[in-house]
Design a protein around this ligand. Structure first.
Ligand SMILES: NC(=O)c1ccc[n+]([C@@H]2O[C@H](COP(=O)([O-])OP(=O)(O)OC[C@H]3O[C@@H](n4cnc5c(N)ncnc54)[C@H](O)[C@@H]3O)[C@@H](O)[C@H]2O)c1
Length: 212
């Protein structure tokens, strides 16, 4: 992972998308400025925690005024790299890969899905939401020619390590991995593992604690 990201703690980075989401809500309601206490009421984080988080990046508020909602969201966009477009591909055009390809919101976050790759000849040559499904045999060539930055991994577990290693070999910078595997990647590659099941088990725990 890059040193730039390492300078700020992961817990702070995890809170920034939450600030972003609430700011978007209030901007849509026409709110132009917001104090750290108001943000605290919305997000559940303390006002001092919020000020401390934003101070990590230079602080954008003014005493007695609070934050301009649009400016603050723009600053968070920049911190999160959302002002950048990442050329993205999906490897594995099955149920999950197709669902992600059909979900247009990721484009608004800067992740532009250019192609899906799959090994199944029955779906190679088709399109999902106007995005082409290409043979995985052509993956390296495509990634290098089209300057692809990010790959989303939605292949079955047993193929994921091989696919990820191939992607690293051909210079991919970021991996959003949904396959249930543990893999270490070189320092010049960023990987984010997503485990819906972990979250579901957490829900199960709280259901058990509260209702059983
Ligand atoms: N992280 C999560 O929370 C979460 C949730 C659901 C599924 N998953 C994981 O996502 C992955 C996909 O699940 P799914 O339900 O979409 O499976 P699926 O079987 O519907 O789709 C997998 C696709 O990958 C393709 N494929 C197989 N080997 C390939 C290879 N070597 N190169 C390219 N394509 C290949 C298949 O042809 C198929 O189209 C699995 O690893 C699953 O465990 C993760």
């Amino acid at each position: 992972m890059s040193n730039k990201t390492n300078r700020v703690s992961e817990t702070v980075i995890r809170r920034l998308p939450i600030y972003h989401r609430y700011l978007t809500d209030v901007i849509e309601k026409g709110v132009e400025r917001i104090s750290s206490s108001e943000l605290s009421n919305l997000t559940g984080f303390t006002a001092s925690q919020i000020r401390q988080d934003l101070n990590n990046f230079g602080g954008f508020g003014q005493q007695g005024y609070g934050y301009n909602t649009i400016d603050l969201r723009e600053q968070i966009d920049k911190i999160l790299g959302m002002d950048h477009v990442y050329n993205t591909v999906i490897v594995g055009a099955g149920r999950l890969g197709s669902a992600i390809a059909n979900y247009n919101e990721f484009k608004e976050n800067g992740f532009k899905i250019q192609a899906l790759f799959d090994s199944n000849p029955e779906i190679v040559g088709t399109e999902i939401d106007s995005i082409p499904v290409i043979s995985v045999d052509k993956m390296e060539e495509y990634i290098q020619n089209k300057n692809i930055d990010v790959a989303i991994i939605t292949v079955p577990r047993e193929y994921a390590v091989d696919v990820i290693n191939r992607l690293i070999e051909c210079g991919i910078k970021g991996i959003w991995n949904f396959a249930p595997i543990d893999i270490s990647v070189p320092d010049n590659v960023v990987i984010e593992n997503i485990r819906l099941n972990d979250s579901l088990l957490k829900l199960s725990y709280y259901l058990k604690e509260n209702f059983l």
